[in-house]
Design a protein around this ligand. Structure first.
Ligand SMILES: Cc1cc2nc3c(=O)[nH]c(=O)nc-3n(C[C@H](O)[C@H](O)[C@H](O)COP(=O)(O)O)c2cc1C
Length: 201
């Protein structure tokens, strides 16, 4: 099948959940993987690395119901510096909310980009509760879906996959609220402060 280029579009790529998902994917993919975090300085290097590969996997988070600016800026460079032979583009996207469907718009944005720029569109894995799921026993569900994604990309059987925590919304809300309250407390921030718009004061 040949090697795959994995491109992490998270603004906090080295410490990101996307990095963990990319690592799980690399373990599941039976051929060679080449991994890049997008930085301000390496757009052209990544564009050059796309030359001659059959598959690219973008791994990124949902930010404000869209794609993060780190990825957006890279896509602008890629428009001008794309490889001669366009690889097939697949996506592994994760969001903080529970519903994987929250990612649908970002998937459509990427699909449109691919159509406009001549990239064949491959498989997609949308992960809901992406901030939390890897630290719960439900990580096994993510691993299984990532294996399915790797196999779909390898076999060229384009698939659209989704996964999230199999709990009720009520339970998710309760668990995530207490997680963020504890997180705030550790950093000296109260629940009331977190509920204001004054995030940088
Ligand atoms: C600025 C910002 C905007 C976000 N917007 C959304 C959103 O619109 N919907 C959602 O479900 N999660 C949202 N999230 C949560 C992230 O998608 C989630 O934390 C994800 O796991 C981050 O992945 P990363 O570590 O790979 O960057 C947002 C997070 C940040 C920091």
């Amino acid at each position: 099948m040949g090697k795959i280029l994995i491109i992490n579009g998270s603004p906090r790529a080295p410490r990101s959940n996307s990095r963990q998902y990319a690592e799980l994917f690399a373990k599941a993919y039976p051929d060679e993987t080449v991994y890049f975090n997008i930085t301000r300085a390496n757009h052209l290097e990544i564009c050059r690395a796309m030359e001659g590969v059959e598959n690219v996997l973008f791994v990124f988070p949902l930010y404000a119901d869209g794609i993060p600016v780190t990825l957006l800026n890279f896509l602008k460079t890629l428009e001008e510096n794309g490889p001669r032979h366009k690889p097939k583009v697949s996506l592994l996207i994760n969001c903080g909310f529970m519903e994987p469907e929250q990612n649908d718009v970002a998937v459509r944005i990427m699909g449109l980009y691919c159509r406009e720029n001549g990239y064949p569109f491959g498989s997609v894995l949308e992960i809901g509760s992406g901030e939390a799921i890897l630290s719960t026993p439900f990580r096994i569900l993510v691993r299984s879906k990532i294996r399915k994604l790797a196999s779909a990309i390898m076999r060229q059987t384009d698939r659209s996959l989704k996964v999230t925590m199999p709990i009720t919304k009520r339970m998710f809300l309760k668990a995530s609220t207490s997680y963020w309250e504890r997180y705030g407390k550790r950093n000296g921030i109260t629940k009331e402060q977190m509920a204001t718009m004054k995030i940088e004061e």
